[in-house]
Design a protein around this ligand. Structure first.
Ligand SMILES: Nc1ncnc2c1ncn2[C@@H]1O[C@H](COP(=O)(O)OP(=O)(O)O)[C@@H](O)[C@H]1O
Ligand SMILES: N[C@@H](CCOP(=O)(O)O)C(=O)O
Length: 284
């Protein structure tokens, strides 16, 4: 069996929606998969992001996710990655989703809620995985040990711009900078702004500036990427909605960037919102 899995990047949190809000972006990792009868052992090639860095054995993140689905047979992966690693664009979740979808496809299983469960268990939060699985705007949550998510279409006027620095910042590291508790006032602020962000992204982008204001995680993480916070603050002072993408250091902004904001050192890319989520296309 041979098929191509294309999985979109994601931007998570979108302000105060920490571990809850996500949105799929038009930047993709492609994994050409061969498996089942006639495929023995494990073969992996990697081009693009992670080439020369990621392991080419059973510890490769895509392979780990395939095995987590219960597929144990021979496997050949040709990975062509465009999602930069450790930048806050959901590269790890995209790899995990690619592996889970590949495993389900090799097993002949329909993509059901177990796919999100398996993917989210790798990271302990479902925002990125849900966005890469379903596309659009997602709200993720957990009920006991079970991860859940709902998907909505982004408003057509939502125009994401990502500002990607060369610096890497691992999600695990910046999650370690977060406090166990926050002031009740900040928690209440987060609840309100996260709820507003859902409305802004799906119905009324004119309130995105208020909706993307964060007091829950961004400033605690600032020591890891001070220039990211400087750019966010400069954009927001000029009325441009901006916040950190995921655990950073990428900035996500919405609309045009004022020329007076210094974005030197950032790779600025205007991206579409990906509406479809992960795709699987059979190959000959
Ligand atoms: N396509 C991939 N193939 C293999 N490993 C990957 C892939 N994408 C991400 N990873 C692993 O995940 C790490 C980045 O994960 P993380 O720190 O969560 O950053 P991100 O914000 O990109 O998700 C990489 O350093 C690499 O170890
Ligand atoms: N909610 C998570 C999101 C991590 O996103 P990533 O793209 O940086 O992996 C967090 O903020 O830790």
């Amino acid at each position: 069996m041979r098929f191509l899995v294309s999985v979109p990047a994601s931007t998570a949190n979108l302000g105060s929606g920490f571990d809850a809000l996500g949105m799929a972006l038009g930047m993709y990792d492609d994994v050409e998969v061969a498996g089942g009868e006639g495929v023995d052992g494990l073969s992996i090639t990697v081009d693009g992001a992670g080439s020369g860095d990621v392991p080419l054995d059973e510890t490769h993140l895509v392979v780990r996710a395939v095995r987590a689905t219960g597929y144990t047979g021979g496997l050949s992966l040709r990975c062509r990655n465009t999602i930069p690693h450790a930048r806050g664009l959901g590269s790890s979740a995209a790899a995990i989703v690619a592996g889970v979808v590949a495993g389900f496809t090799l097993l002949g299983r329909e993509l059901d809620t177990d796919a999100l469960q398996i993917a989210a268990e790798f990271e302990g939060h479902a925002d990125n995985a849900a966005a890469s699985l379903f596309g659009g705007v997602v709200v993720a949550w957990s009920e006991g040990e079970r991860y859940r998510a709902v998907r909505m279409d982004a408003d057509a006027r939502v125009r994401p711009v990502v500002l990607i620095p060369s610096q890497e910042s691992s999600t695990k590291t910046t999650r370690g900078l977060l406090p166990a508790e926050v002031p009740h006032a900040d928690a209440a602020h987060a609840a309100g702004r996260a709820a507003l962000a859902v409305h802004a992204l799906t119905s009324d982008p004119t309130v995105l500036l208020a909706a993307t204001e964060d007091r829950l995680h961004q400033n605690y993480r600032e020591p890891a990427w001070p220039d990211t916070v400087r750019v966010i603050n400069d954009l927001r002072k000029l009325g441009v909605p901006a916040c950190v993408s995921g655990a950073g250091p990428t900035v996500i902004a919405f609309g045009d960037l004022p020329p007076e904001v210094d974005v030197h050192g950032f790779d600025v890319r205007r991206l579409d919102v990906d509406a479809a989520g992960v795709r699987v296309r059979p190959l000959d």
